[in-house]
Design a protein around this ligand. Structure first.
Ligand code: NAG
Ligand code: NAG
Length: 268
């Protein structure tokens, strides 16, 4: 009895080790913790800082490019829009079948997130592309559709959309992990309590600008768990002391149009 239990445990343990192994190659790399420096090459930006994490566009960057970054020792986050269909993407027509209405930007349409289970295969295909290209993590953007209520999905409200948004994002996080990818929680600060257990790091735009007291306190939950929080502020000439006290690796795009100003955080 005792022996067979040990054997059973050994079998279960080796199965577990095997399934973890299958995904361990990417996820075993250094975690993105507090103090991680970064470079933003996604969202149409150029950023020449030489950060440890580099955020790039999944669909426009090649496998060779990702390989060169990985070989250079960087941690690669691959960006895609999970909440809009964009008319310059190769899978645009497939995405449009589940789109609800035009979004904030030209050529971009909100996905009807009430149908996320019907289009999740398209999102999973993008995650598989990230795996195939060698990305360590993903940054699914435009996951804030629910905040726009009927402006994103006609006939819905922020409250009616919120549960769909949470389920969709939890599915993305779990699927990413199954594929060996880590995942960023992009914006969607209201959902931090619902998602932080499955999110590996956070990326926010304009929290110093928009949060009422210019203090991005919602992100404390990530900071406390030593999960990196990356922030960008636009058209402001910032000061790094706020970012440092908040624990946010923040970049300021200066209003004079000069290069990014990078706020670094020392972890010693
Ligand atoms: C970033 O975070 C702040 C709160 O800390 C929030 O007000 C703001 O809306 C977030 N940015 C976006 C684009 O959602
Ligand atoms: C732009 O602003 C930043 C921050 O205030 C400053 O460090 C930099 O020298 C400025 N660049 C130019 C070209 O004025």
């Amino acid at each position: 009895m005792y022996t067979s239990m040990i054997q059973t445990i050994a079998v279960v343990a080796s199965l577990a080790a095997y399934s973890v192994d299958a995904t361990a190659t990417r996820r075993s790399t250094k975690k993105l913790t507090q103090g991680t420096t970064w470079t933003l090459e996604a969202w149409g930006y150029e950023d020449t800082s030489n950060g440890y994490m580099i955020d790039i566009d999944l669909q426009t960057k090649s496998k060779d490019y990702v390989k060169s970054l990985v070989d250079g020792g960087q941690y690669v986050v691959c960006y895609f829009s999970a909440g809009t269909a964009e008319d310059w993407r190769p899978d645009y027509l497939d995405m449009m079948e589940y789109a609800s209405k035009d979004s904030r930007y030209p050529g971009e349409y909100w996905m009807d997130i009430t149908q996320w289970e019907d289009f999740k295969h398209l999102i999973k295909a993008r995650m598989e592309e990230a795996v195939e290209k060698g990305c360590h993590g993903i940054e699914p953007d435009n996951t804030d559709a629910y905040e726009y209520g009927s402006d994103a999905v006609p006939g819905e409200t922020k409250d009616s959309l919120k549960p769909y948004q949470i389920d969709y994002m939890r599915w993305m996080a779990n699927t990413a992990h199954e594929l060996g990818l880590e995942i960023a929680q992009k914006n969607t600060v209201d959902l931090i309590p619902d998602l932080i257990d499955v999110m590996d790091y956070a990326i926010n735009e304009s929290c110093a600008k928009f949060s009422k007291n210019a203090y991005c306190s919602n992100y404390e939950a990530f900071v406390k768990q030593d999960k990196a929080v990356f922030g960008v502020e636009y058209n402001t000439n910032g000061d790094c002391s706020d970012a440092q006290s908040e624990g946010i690796m923040r970049k300021y795009k200066n209003s004079n149009g000069s290069q990014w100003m990078d706020c670094k955080i020392s972890t010693n």
